[in-house]
Ligand binder design. Structure first.
Ligand code: ATP
Length: 199
């Protein structure tokens, strides 16, 4: 599995449709300060479901929309598509390539698509959950993050390593199962009350 391409439109400093293609192995993006290199990694994080504006260096999520520049009006919609090569089947899908698209407009309306089909955020996270990619997976290490990890408390560092090893997914599933169990328990209590009253 590797990142095949990233296509941005209306996202941060990319008002026009811009496609970057990557091969297997190491790719390097070079450019002057402020030319938009980090905006590209922000775009990857964002398309893969990032929910925190801070994580993509904004105050609100609408900050990802191109704000306008000399002679170029602001963008009504931000759109990023990340295409992952799945020829080795690691994404647990029969498709040889998985295209994940996220869109957001100025009213705050957004959508996700996997291979063109509209889906929920949870579906995107599910596709990525076995890959070590996506939110909290530490596959994108931003400037300053290495220092933060080295200087963090052992317990926090352990959490980072657990997330990178894919344990976070199981923690989340356990949490969801616990919530479901609590809801079922509450329903059962209610039913028993009704039964007691009916006697
Ligand atoms: P450095 O090498 O200094 O880290 P960089 O190449 O990583 O720089 P970025 O941080 O990706 O640069 O890009 C910063 C540029 O993106 C700034 O010029 C900023 O004005 C522009 N930018 C950020 N958000 C938006 C937005 N919503 N609309 C338009 N431009 C934006």
């Amino acid at each position: 599995m590797h990142l095949r391409s990233v296509t941005l439109k209306g996202f941060k400093s990319f008002p026009f449709r811009t496609k970057l293609e990557f091969g297997p192995g190491i790719s390097v993006i070079v450019g002057p300060n402020g030319s938009g290199k980090s905006n590209i990694t922000d775009a990857v994080l964002w398309a893969l479901g990032e929910q925190s504006p801070l994580a993509v260096r904004g105050q609100t999520m609408r900050d990802v929309l191109f704000a306008g520049g000399p002679g170029v009006p602001s963008a009504p919609v931000a759109e990023v598509e990340v295409v992952l090569d799945n020829s080795d089947g690691r994404l647990g899908s029969d498709f040889s390539e998985i295209a994940i698209l996220r869109r957001l407009d100025r009213s705050g309306e957004g959508e996700y698509r996997i291979n063109g089909a509209r889906c929920r955020l949870v579906d995107v996270l599910e596709v990525l959950s076995d890959t070590g990619l996506g939110k909290e997976m530490h596959s994108v290490v931003s400037q300053g993050k290495v220092e933060q990890i080295v200087l963090s408390r052992p317990r926090d560092r352990r959490r980072v390593i657990e997330e990178a090893a894919g344990l976070g997914k199981h923690r989340k599933r356990r949490h969801r199962a616990q919530l479901k169990l609590e809801r079922t328990r509450a329903n059962l209590e209610r039913l028993l009350d009704v039964e007691r009253e009916a006697r």
